[in-house]
Write a protein that binds this ligand. Structure first.
Ligand code: HEC
Length: 156
């Protein structure tokens, strides 16, 4: 290989890396304003969403109907494809151990933020893109919590 080709290959490699790095660096975290706005009551909020916005707690947790609906949504939106049928982890991390990559997921509010706005490392912004409604997100969270297998099962 001539030196010129080597230089070209190197340039290509640098370009590829440059394409990858901004993605890794960018953050999907919303600004404080954007998050506060989302958590403000809206006239068409369901009763559960209203309660969640007031208390920060998901009223659907441990509600068998909501957990079943959340499971259906989780299958329809491929949560179970990436996180495994029992959510113990596949392409995406284990969601059953309480051992979070993003600590905020230990709270309902934090997981709501994750599911609404996504993350910069592989999770889509399900709420923001309009795939899941706020009520859907609460049901999916109830499903995720129902699979919790952590020793000290706590979430706020
Ligand atoms: C294309 C694969 C994919 C799909 C589909 C997917 N996820 Fe994820 N998920 C990931 C990856 C990858 C991460 C790790 C992201 C990160 O580290 O920022 C993640 C992270 C998460 C986290 C945070 C985990 C932690 O440890 O902090 C939660 C909660 C979560 N996903 C729930 C869901 C739910 C609920 C759905 C369905 C609505 C879903 N995911 C769909 C790939 C996926």
């Amino acid at each position: 290989m001539t030196l010129r080709w080597k230089a070209r290959c190197l340039a290509l490699l640098v370009l590829l890396l440059a394409a990858a790095i901004p993605h890794a660096r960018s953050t999907a975290d919303p600004g404080d304003d954007e998050l506060a706005q989302l958590l403000q009551a809206k006239s068409d909020d369901t009763a559960a969403v209203r309660q969640f916005k007031e208390s920060g707690k998901n009223p659907y947790n441990r509600d068998p109907d909501a957990v079943a609906a959340g499971f259906k949504l989780a299958r329809a939106y491929a949560c179970t494809h990436c996180h495994g049928g029992d959510l113990s982890g596949l392409i995406g991390p284990n969601l059953t151990s309480g051992n979070w990559r993003h600590l905020r997921n230990g709270t309902d509010k934090g997981m709501f933020q994750t599911l609404y706005f996504g993350t910069s490392a592989g999770m889509a912004a399900w709420g923001k893109i309009g795939a899941l409604t706020e009520d859907d997100i609460l049901k999916v969270i109830a499903f995720v919590r129902s699979k919790y297998r952590g020793k000290s099962i706590t979430w706020e």
